[in-house]
Write a protein of this length. Structure first.
Length: 78
């Protein structure tokens, strides 16, 4: 079962309340998404650590309900 774009955003927001999230459905099939996430939580962390935070926010849905998600993370300044 595919995951809804709004559900992805909700899960990330629950773990990263200050985040700014932009999600695109890349193929129009509800299975291939791209997400750009900006959060102060990422400040001072490596890209790998940042991506692990996002995967943890998705609560095991990556690879199951969520087939493919290209992640771009950004640190939030100020």
């Amino acid at each position: 079962m595919a995951m809804d774009l709004k559900e992805i955003e909700k899960l990330i927001k629950e773990s990263l309340p200050d985040s700014l999230i932009e999600i695109q459905d890349l193929a129009g099939d509800g299975n291939h998404y791209s997400a750009t996430i900006t959060s102060a939580t990422f400040n001072g962390k490596s890209k790998i650590e940042q991506h692990k935070i996002v995967y943890a926010a998705l609560k095991g849905k990556m690879g199951n309900e969520l087939h493919a998600l290209a992640i771009k993370t950004k640190e939030k300044n100020g």
